[in-house]
Design a protein around this ligand. Structure first.
Ligand SMILES: O=C(O)CCC(=O)C(=O)O
Ligand SMILES: [Mn+2]
Length: 200
């Protein structure tokens, strides 16, 4: 399917063929083996329904002291390298001048969601955020650069890639729900979303 624009988000449906999706999942198994998924807690003390880990120089973490990038997993070890297959997508769609510092891995199990938020813990918003969806379908909601107003929704499927850049870099976005069991890519079901970010 050809790419299209939704509120400034560049959406590339089926960017990754099924065989590439499977290769990516096996590379991600190595990431998770070195940096296990954890359940972040928001500064207000709520446990997020999405489980996370990261690869790269930095990983995104959250706890009672706030949201931030950290050079180490909460258990103390450095984050594993970003898989080469992820870097290839970044270089193809974003830039070959600079690689991302962080590849955040979100795992959505049954019932998991992510509330509307901006990605704004990075230093330079001229770099887009690249998002890669694997496994079950997820309903992405895109709002505006300020809270409130009309939103648009779109079901992201396994292999879809989104580039969030330009004026939309600071748009509110979230994942309202997933269709648990809609994909056979992950044997136990669920959705993986990767977001690649330039941090500093
Ligand atoms: O899961 C998604 O599609 C989006 C994830 C996201 O917005 C984030 O991790 O900041
Ligand atoms: Mn986000």
């Amino acid at each position: 399917m050809t790419e299209f624009d939704l509120r400034g988000f560049r959406i590339l449906p089926e960017y990754l063929a099924p065989a590439c999706q499977a290769d990516l999942v096996s590379a991600l198994r190595d990431v998770v083996a070195q940096a296990p998924l954890f359940s972040p807690v928001t500064p207000s003390g709520k446990t997020m329904s999405v489980r996370m880990t990261s690869a790269g120089r930095y990983g995104w973490v959250s706890d009672r002291s706030g949201y931030r990038y950290s050079g180490a997993h909460p258990a103390g070890q450095p984050w594993p390298d970003i898989p080469a297959a992820v870097l290839r997508i970044w270089r193809d769609l974003v830039s070959d001048r600079r690689d991302p510092d962080c590849c955040l891995l979100n795992y959505y199990g049954e019932g998991a969601r992510m509330g509307l938020h901006q990605d704004r813990d990075e230093a330079d918003f001229s770099w887009p955020v690249l998002s890669i969806s694997l496994g079950d379908e997820g309903l992405l909601r895109i709002g505006n650069t300020a809270r409130g107003g009309a939103t648009a929704s779109h079901w992201l499927r396994s292999g879809d890639v989104v580039v969030m850049g330009g004026a939309a870099r600071l748009a509110y976005h979230g994942v309202d729900r997933i269709r648990f069991g809609s994909s056979t890519l992950l044997p136990k079901g669920g959705r993986i979303n990767l977001t690649c970010r330039v941090v500093d």
